[in-house]
Each structure stands twice: as C-alpha cells, then as structure tokens.
Design a protein around this ligand. Sequence first.
Ligand SMILES: Cc1cc2nc3c(=O)[nH]c(=O)nc-3n(C[C@H](O)[C@H](O)[C@H](O)COP(=O)(O)OP(=O)(O)OC[C@H]3O[C@@H](n4cnc5c(N)ncnc54)[C@H](O)[C@@H]3O)c2cc1C
Length: 475
Amino acid sequence: MPKYGRVKDSHIKVLEDIVGSEKVSTRPEELYCYSRDSTIFKYRPDVVVRPENAAQVSEILKVANEDRIPVTPRGSGTSAAGLPLPVYGGILLDMSSMNKIELIDVENQIAIVQPGVVCDVLNERLREYGFFFPPDPASSPICTIGGMVNTNASGNRTMKYGPTRNYVLWLEVVLANGKIIHTGSKTLKSVSDYDLTRLFVGSEGSLGVVTKVGLKVVPLPESVGTAIFIFDSVDKLVRAATKVRLSGIVPEMLEFMDRRTTSASFDYAGIKDVPEGNFLLLDLGERREAVEPLLEKVVSICNSENPEFVDKTLDLEYRENLIKARKAALPALSRLRPSTAMEDCTVPLTKLPEAAVKVEKIPEDLGVEGFGLGNFGHIGDGNMHPTFVFDEREEEQRKALFKAIDILYQDIVLPLGGSVTAEHGIGLTRAKYVALEHPSTVGLMRSLKRFFDPNLILNPGKGKGGPLSIEEVSS
Ligand SMILES: Cc1cc2nc3c(=O)[nH]c(=O)nc-3n(C[C@H](O)[C@H](O)[C@H](O)COP(=O)(O)OP(=O)(O)OC[C@H]3O[C@@H](n4cnc5c(N)ncnc54)[C@H](O)[C@@H]3O)c2cc1C
C-alpha cells in the first residue's frame, strides 16, 4: 500500500487561502456525509474542499501532490460502486459548486458546462431549444455531468443514443501535478489528437479532475409513444426484448423490472392500474407519423412471448409516470430491507435469458434468511442491475453479499462472455475482477495511471488503474 501524507493544520490553512475558509470543512457531521455513496462502504475524508474554478483546483492539487495527500473528486455521490469514497482519507474535492451552464449553442449543437451541473438541470434548459443531452441515468435528477463523464454513464436512452462518451467533445482537466490541459477539439468531428478525451471519460476520477466539459447536444424526437408488458417469467420478458432488439426497430428505451422490483416501484410511484409481474417498458421516439405503426409492430413482436398484460399509450403524463416508476427501482427496493447493493453487469444479447435465469437463483442457492434480490435494468443493452436486498448489520447477510457478488461476476457474467460493469464503473465493488476480465491489459492500465499520477494521489485504492481486492478494502 502506498504511504500517504497526513492532512495537517498547515494544509487546512493553505486550502483556506486557496478557496476561502467557508469552502473548507472538517466538521465531523459533514465528513460523515461524504463518507458514503449508495453502497454499504464507509470511508471518511480528513477535509472537504469546494473549489469554484480550475485555477483553485490546480493549486489544491499542487499542494496535495507535493505532500502526497490523496484527493478524491466527487459530484453528487450517487455512485453505486464506491467510486467517490476516500479510501485513504485525505482531501475530498466536492465539485458541485462548479455548476454553471456556460453556453448553449444549438446551431453548433454544443453546450459548455462546468462539472457540477446536474443532468436534469441541463436537460431542462436544453428543452427550451428543442434539444437534449441523451444519456439518461435513472439518477438524472441528482447526478452531475462530472460524475457522468467520469463513469461514462449510460441510461434509459443509451440503446438508441449511446453512452456519455458519445457526447463529450472536449474536456478541461487538471492533472495530478496541477497542470491544466484541454483535450479534443471544439468541433463535432476531429481526429487531430490521440483520443485523450475518451481516455478521461470513464476514468473514475483517477487520471485528472474535470473542470469543464464541451458536450454535443441533439434535437428532441418529434413524437414519443410507449408500450408496456407484464410477463409471468423473466425468461419470457428477456426473450421478447431480444426479439425487439433484433427486429431492426430501435426503441429509445427498452427497460425491465422483475416481479419484486415492479411491485416495489409501482407502489413507490403510485401506479395501481397495471397488474403485478415482470415489467417491460418500451419507449419510441420518432417522427409523428411513424410512432403508432411502430408501436403496433413491437406489440405484435412481444405478443409472441405471451405477455399477461399489454398496454400502449401516447399520453405523456402516463408515460412520465411509468418512466418515473422504472427510475425509482433502487429507492423502491431500498424500502424493503435496511441495505441494498445495486450491481451492474452486461452479457451478449443472446446470453441474456440464461444470465437472467441464473441471477434469479442466486439468493435461493445461498439460502441465507433475509437475503434477497430484485433485478432490473437496461435490457435493450444486455445490461442488468441485480440488486441484493439484505441487512448489512447481520454478519451472515453481509458475508452473503460478497459471496453473491462473486457468483454473479465470476460464475455467471464472465463465463458467458460478459463484462463486470456496463455503466457504474469498477470503483471498490468490482476492483478484484478487472484482472479477470482484462488479463492482457490490466498492467497497461496500471502503467497509464502511474504516467498521469505518479504519486497515486487521485482517487487511490480502487478503480481500473490501482485496484485492491474487495476483502482488503471492506475489512
Ligand atoms: C438510484 C440510482 C440510479 C442510478 N442509475 C444509473 C443509470 O441508469 N446509469 C448509470 O450510468 N449510473 C446510474 N447510477 C450510478 C450513478 O448515478 C452514476 O455513476 C453517476 O454518473 C454518478 O454521478 P455523481 O455526480 O453522483 O458522481 P459521484 O458518484 O460523486 O462520482 C462518480 C465518479 O466520478 C468522479 N468524479 C466526479 N466528478 C468529477 C470531476 N469533476 N473530475 C474528476 N472526477 C470526478 C468521482 O471521483 C467518482 O469516481 C445510479 C445511481 C443511483 C443511486
């Protein structure tokens, strides 16, 4: 383990000089809040700092690099993989004060934003122009663009529009030594540099601190239409979704929730007129005249798997409510048991039915009372979020979680040719599987990390470039 410097009173004084004393906190109650994300892990920083511009970030990093103090950037802390948790303490860099939308230029299809801008806030502004930024994570009401860039976040609309990286044109980044760099180009197309922008996208705060983002934005679809289905088994649901995927029709959303998640989410969203079961949501965004015929077509495709309930709608309020229920899957499941662990995996589309059935059996195979599962996700991309529900205070259930995660990734996902994370990132949860999925490049990833951050100060102890095993970090 690398040896890190301690944060001393003299550092706090320097940090206060850089950002102002009101932007630096060592209050225990604040440090406690920053010790959590949406996982069960807890790591407290020594100090929280809220910079307001790239120059301040640069000064902070120079000080930290000099004395080898860990620095963990943080957006809204919604990570489901321990990404913004300061494993070795040190400075927690809260980027949420840098939240200005600096430019919306729809003629050039460009928006320039600071990293602390919240995804839905940007989309509300873009809607005024008939445009949007398509990656649509279920956490869009709270997660930041900086967090999305650093996880390469995806979401409900990724099936049609692709993940965050497809929209990042350029970045302003502060490197570990304090140097401010600009990657990419201000145009929609350019191949004039190594693709450093893409290297930083999805780097989990481990290669640099993002201080500005140039985004491509696109026009909203002219019209939308939604179909929903209830199936008596996840197997049938997945087969129906796969058939739609292979039909050539590209829905904006193809989302699923298993029976347990559907029941919890409908209860959460107050939806009463849809029967319980395994829920498939299909949303189309098309030209006005194309929506209804395409809805007919997808209904006929899904009917071949004998759904128990089918409905289609052009009603925007009903549609919003259905999407809200799907986005509420995690908070809804978290009302069932004291703890949740939302996992994230993807398998080739043809392996989805097999994977879904095996995942469903994990709690039964473990046989630990109080340990259960809800499954949901972006089925159109082969991306599931098996979410374990349990009580972390019970030793047996806590142990069952790590066993379940091993079964999920080692016994199910990797043998089926899948990936251990589709969108949430490696972080703490999946650190031990990086070498299993990428045996020939894990060394290169660690070398890259050391090239950008020789003192290993940026978000250390996890991620793609410096993972520890989950047992080491959770003990
Ligand atoms: C209910 C719920 C639903 C979710 N649904 C989805 C989903 O559909 N799709 C999806 O992809 N994810 C989803 N997530 C996970 C999470 O919301 C995303 O990973 C999101 O992109 C994180 O954004 P954040 O602002 O909360 O970042 P944080 O969690 O604070 O940080 C995430 C990572 O980004 C780094 N980071 C943040 N800002 C910067 C910066 N300026 N410079 C450098 N590094 C930075 C952090 O160090 C960390 O490594 C969900 C989470 C929850 C709780």
